[in-house]
Design a protein around this ligand. Structure first.
Ligand code: GTP
Ligand code: MG
Length: 195
C-alpha cells in the first residue's frame, strides 16, 4: 500500500459498471462525512487520491483504487445524510446496498464510526445488511484526534456492545486518525493479511 503503488481506477454509478471481480477487495462504508475518503488517502499516503471535503455527500460514486499486488480499495458514498437532492441520495443508497450485498470478491467491509459519536441507527442498518449478506465487517473509529482521552472508553464500550449483536462483525476494532496517523499502520497490516 505504498503511495507509488496506488492509483484511481474508476468511479462507478451502477452495478454493471463494477470492474471484474478478479481480485480481492475491501471497502470503506460509513455515514456521510465520517472520514472514508480521508482514511483511504492516509492509508495510501496520497493526500489528494480520494476526494475529501467538509461537505457531507462529497463521494457520490463507488470509487475503485488499485494497489499493486494488493486488493482494490473501494471508497463508498456516505449514508445517513448528505447535501444533495433526495432523489440523487436515494439512487446512491440503492447502489450502495446492492454493492454491499452482492459483491463476491468483497473480503471485508470496514464500517467507519466517528469516535465522537459512536454507532448510530443508520450504522446498525448497514451492519444488519452485512450480516444478511455474510460480509465480514470491521469497525474503524475515525477522528480519534477529536476525542478527549476521558471520553474514549465510553465510545469504545458502546461500539463493542453494538458489534456484539452482529454475527458478521470482526471483534477487533481499530481507532484511527487520518490527520495524526494513529492506527493507520495497524489498518494497513490488517488489509495486507486479506490479499
Ligand atoms: P462523504 O464522501 O461525504 O461520505 O464523506 P467521507 O466519509 O468520505 O469524509 P471525508 O474523508 O471527506 O472527510 C470529511 C471531513 O472530516 C473532512 O473535512 C476531513 O478533513 C475531516 N476528517 C477526516 N478524517 C479526519 C480525522 O482523522 N481527523 C480530523 N480532525 N478530521 C478528519
Ligand atoms: Mg468521501
Amino acid at each position: 500500500l505504498f503511495a507509488a503503488e496506488t492509483d484511481f481506477l474508476k468511479g462507478v454509478v451502477a452495478m454493471d459498471g463494477l470492474p471484474a471481480p478478479d481480485r480481492v477487495e475491501v471497502c470503506f462504508a460509513g455515514r456521510s462525512n465520517v472520514g472514508k475518503s480521508s482514511l483511504i488517502n492516509a492509508l495510501t499516503g496520497r493526500k489528494g487520491l480520494a476526494r475529501a471535503s467538509n461537505t457531507p455527500g462529497r463521494t457520490q460514486e463507488i470509487n475503485f483504487f488499485t494497489t499493486t499486488n494488493g486488493p482494490y480499495l473501494v471508497d463508498l458514498p456516505g449514508y445517513g445524510y448528505a447535501n444533495a437532492p433526495v432523489k440523487v441520495v436515494e439512487k446512491w443508497q440503492r447502489l450502495l446496498k446492492s454493492y454491499l450485498s452482492g459483491r463476491q470478491n468483497l473480503r471485508r467491509a470496514f464500517v467507519l464510526i466517528d469516535a465522537r459519536h459512536g454507532v448510530k441507527t443508520v450504522d446498525e442498518d448497514i451492519m444488519t445488511l452485512l450480516d444478511k449478506s455474510a460480509v465480514t465487517f470491521q469497525a474503524v473509529l475515525t477522528k480519534a484526534d477529536k476525542v478527549k482521552e476521558k471520553d474514549r472508553e465510553k465510545v469504545l464500550a458502546q461500539v463493542r456492545k453494538a458489534l456484539s449483536k452482529h454475527p458478521a462483525a470482526f471483534p477487533e476494532l481499530v481507532l484511527t486518525s487520518s490527520d495524526k496517523g494513529d492506527g493507520i499502520e495497524t489498518l494497513r497490516a490488517i488489509i495486507a493479511t486479506l490479499d
